[in-house]
Design a protein around this ligand. Structure first.
Ligand code: GLN
Length: 284
C-alpha cells in the first residue's frame, strides 16, 4: 500500500524531472483532486493509505501534467475572483491578471444607478461576465462566443455560480449577435497574441490551450479593431469599453479607440505592474 506522503514524493519527483516549476504543489493539487481532499488534509494526513486504483489514477494524472497539461484541465476547475469555474480544454484557463478587467468593470458599475447592461465579447469560460454578474446584483450580462465549447461551459458556470437569471449566453461571432442592442459596458479579453509569437509560448499554453482564444492575427490587434468598431455603435452615451490587453499594446489599442470616438482613455496595470487593461468612454 502506498501512503499519501510517498505518493506525493514520487509524484513530485516525476514532475521535477519533467521540468515543472512547482512540482510539489502540482502533486498536492492532483492528489487532492483524486482523493477529493482539500490541500490541508493532503498536507496533514501523510500516513493515510491510497487504494491501488487511487494510486494508479494519481500516476496517470501526474503523467499528463509531466507532458505539460495545465492543472486546471486535469482537475476541471479554476478559481477566479473568489469564484469556482468549471474548465475544460476548449476554453482558455482564467488568469489571475484578468481579474483587473473584471474589477474595473465592477468598480465602474457602482457609479451607475439602477440596472446596468454589459456585453462580454468572446466570453470563453465566462469568467469575466459571470463574476461581474455575481458581484453586481443589478447587472444584466450578455455573453457571446463563436466557440460551441465556450457557450456550453459558460452556461455550466452561470449555473454553478447562480447567476443564470441575469446572464444571456449566445453563440456568435464577436458582437454580431447584438448588433442592434445598446449596453452600458462592453468588456472583452479578445485573442491578442501575434500569430508569429504563438509557437514560442510556454509549452503548457501552446500545446494545451485553444489557439482560437489566443491568436490575435498578424499584429495581435485584429479583434480590437473589429470589436471597437461594433462597440462604438453598441455603447450608450456615457458608457464604457473595457479590454484586456497585452503588456505592450496600450498605445496601439488607445489609438484604435480614439479613432473610433472613445475618450478619457486609461491604461491600468496588472499584479506584475504591467499594462493589462484599457478603458475608454463613449461621450456621445
Ligand atoms: N494572457 C493570455 C496569455 O498570456 C492571453 C490571453 C489572450 O490572448 N486574450 O496566454
Amino acid at each position: 500500500m502506498v501512503k499519501v506522503f510517498q505518493a506525493l514524493s514520487s509524484g513530485s519527483s516525476i514532475l521535477k524531472k519533467a521540468g515543472s516549476s512547482s512540482p510539489r504543489l502540482d502533486a498536492e493539487l492532483i492528489l487532492g483532486f483524486v482523493l477529493n481532499w482539500d490541500r490541508i488534509k493532503i498536507m496533514t494526513e501523510g500516513e493515510s493509505e491510497l487504494s491501488g486504483a487511487e494510486y494508479e489514477s494519481f500516476l496517470r494524472y501526474i503523467e499528463d501534467r509531466a507532458k505539460g497539461m495545465p492543472i486546471a484541465y486535469i482537475t476541471g476547475h479554476k478559481e477566479f475572483m473568489g469564484l469556482d469555474f468549471y474548465i475544460e480544454p476548449g476554453v482558455l484557463i482564467p488568469r489571475a491578471d484578468t481579474e483587473v478587467i473584471a474589477e474595473t468593470v465592477i468598480r465602474e458599475c457602482k457609479s451607475i444607478d439602477g440596472q446596468v447592461s454589459i456585453a462580454d465579447v468572446g466570453c470563453g469560460s465566462g469568467a469575466i461576465g459571470i463574476s461581474i454578474a455575481h458581484y453586481v446584483k443589478y447587472a444584466f450580462v450578455t455573453m457571446m462566443d463563436i466557440s460551441d465549447s465556450a457557450v456550453e461551459i459558460s452556461n455550466k458556470n452561470a449555473d454553478l455560480n447562480h447567476v443564470k437569471e441575469r446572464v444571456k449566453i449566445i453563440k456568435g461571432n464577436l458582437m454580431e449577435p447584438v448588433a442592434k442592442e445598446e449596453f452600458d459596458f462592453v468588456v472583452s479579453n479578445p485573442p491578442y497574441i501575434r500569430t508569429d509569437v504563438i509557437q514560442s509560448l510556454q509549452r503548457d499554453v501552446r500545446d494545451f490551450e485553444p489557439h482560437i482564444a489566443l491568436d490575435g492575427g498578424r499584429d495581435g490587434l485584429k479583434y480590437y479593431r473589429q470589436i471597437t468598431m461594433s462597440a462604438s455603435t453598441c455603447i450608450k452615451a456615457g458608457g464604457m469599453l473595457v479590454y484586456e490587453i497585452g503588456f505592450d499594446q496600450g498605445k496601439a489599442v488607445a489609438d484604435i479607440m480614439l479613432r473610433a470616438g472613445f475618450s478619457n482613455i486609461n491604461v491600468l496595470k496588472d499584479l506584475a505592474g504591467m499594462d493589462r487593461c484599457i478603458i475608454g468612454k463613449k461621450i456621445c
